[in-house]
Structure formats: C-alpha cells, structure tokens
Design a protein around this ligand. Structure first.
Ligand SMILES: [Zn+2]
Length: 103
C-alpha cells in the first residue's frame, strides 16, 4: 500500500468532490432563472474534476453533457430513455446522445 503519499491526495480529492457537489447544487438552483449561469457552473464543476482527475459518480456525471458540457436537468433539457437494459441520455442543448454506464 502506498499509504504515505496517498493520504493527502485522497483528502484533496474528497474536498474537490465536495466542491463539485456544491457547484452543481448551485447550478440546479439557478437553472430555471439563469440557465446560462447553470451551464457555467457545470463547466466549473467539470474543470475541478479534470484538475483533480476525479471520476464523477454516475448521478453527477449525467448532470453535465459530455459533448457541450451544459448543465442537464432531466425533463427540461435532458431526455432519459432506457433501452434494452442500458440508459441513453439525449441532450437537448447540443442534440446529442450520450450513453452513460454502458459498455
Ligand atoms: Zn450537450
């Protein structure tokens, strides 16, 4: 186990993930009134994830479009469909499909 060095990094990642959750919650709050701002928050959350090389949990992943990085709200600008056991997401911002959690 490479415990000695990983401790601090792990802590950093945890803090970064907390930050991402906070940012995405803000996006959710402003989405109805200021969708542009929500998209900015989504991009910020993505930047944090990239910086710390964080793999977003599924429930957070599907809030940010893989193609245009917009903040996505199911039923508003995100359509969710289940097909033969896997889920297909359709982003209404860039009109592209995403498959999340499907190999
Ligand atoms: Zn999109």
């Amino acid at each position: 186990m490479k415990k000695r060095f990983k401790g601090a990094k792990k802590q950093q990642k945890k803090l970064a993930l907390d930050e991402i959750v906070v940012v995405l919650n803000k996006a959710k709050d402003v989405f109805d009134e200021k969708p542009d701002l929500a998209h900015k928050y989504a991009k910020k959350a993505r930047r944090i994830a990239l910086k710390y090389k964080i793999k977003l949990p599924l429930k957070l992943k599907r809030r940010i479009c893989k193609n245009c990085h917009s903040f996505l709200v199911p039923g508003k600008n995100l359509r969710v469909r289940t097909r033969k056991g896997h889920v297909v997401y359709y982003c209404l911002e860039c009109k592209k499909f995403m498959r999340i959690g499907y190999k």
